[in-house]
Write a protein that binds this ligand. Sequence first.
Ligand code: 8YV
Length: 330
Amino acid sequence: MSAKPKVLITQKVPETVQNYLNEHCDCTYWDKEGTMPRAELLEKITDVEGVFLSGGAVDTDLLDRAPNLRVVSSSSVGYNHFDLEAMKARGVLGTHTPYVLDGTVADLVLALMLSAGRRIAELDAFVKAGKWQKGAVKGTELFGMDIHHATVGIIGMGRIGEAIAKRAVHGFDMNLLYYSRSRKQDVEDKYGARYCSLNELLVESDYVVIITPLTPETEHMIGKEQFSLMKPTAFFINASRGATVDEQALIEALNNGTIRGAGLDVFDVEPTPIDNPLLKMPNVVTLPHIGSATDKTRYDMAMLAAKNLVGALTGGEAYVVQELQGIGNI
Ligand code: 8YV
């Protein structure tokens, strides 16, 4: 029997996932909270064939230290942390975890829309600060904006985009516009979605949701010019990657009243620094990148990432990222 492949697991995984990995691989685990620090990763990666991670740059620096590396399995659907060219040049496969998180991320997007539109976080703080007193609220100052029957514009109509569309239309009777790399006839048929240009979407939407992967084409696709097209009553929701948006332009748009508010799960720098002006704005709901963070979904992602790792190392099945399909041994 040939020896099991040596792999490095850079974050805590559930026991059943560990058992599965141990059956197929010779594993070194990070068993502390958080993820293995970069310096330790660079040290430990030198003799492994596979690595399990969920972020942190997979770049030439890392790849150059890992001559035996064949597979990088990321417990995430996004893989903008992969240097695809460098991986391709070395024949290193990269895998990710599509499908299992769509509903969970879509739920969070609706929560961000509701929180921003109905000012949930802001007014929760208001009540808890003892400001809800007789005579203190005089008129319209606590009013928010409906999401039902409003227009939502989704930028990026992949699997998660479609799960958002379903909730928005079936749950909240929203009108749906979308802008995407390609037209999705089934989404148009199922949800009455209208495909339009990015500019039209920005002009017409009450809620602009960006949920596109971060690629060289989508980096900073929303900036000053795009915010200037939005309605002053509109909300901007980002659950993709911070860098799809020019964060400085977003700060200015919010400061100038170009748009009404925002709901953000992702930032340029994560964790976002405490002095980020966005954190001081009551009309901005901020979350620490928890789009997929429920017990079940994170379990499913970890198990799928484990199966991808084993599958890709043994010539079995794995969700190899599109750009690296057909290289290596799969
Ligand atoms: C991950 C995400 O949780 O899947 C993605 O692409 O952004 C999140 O679901 C994140 O990468 C950390 O694991």
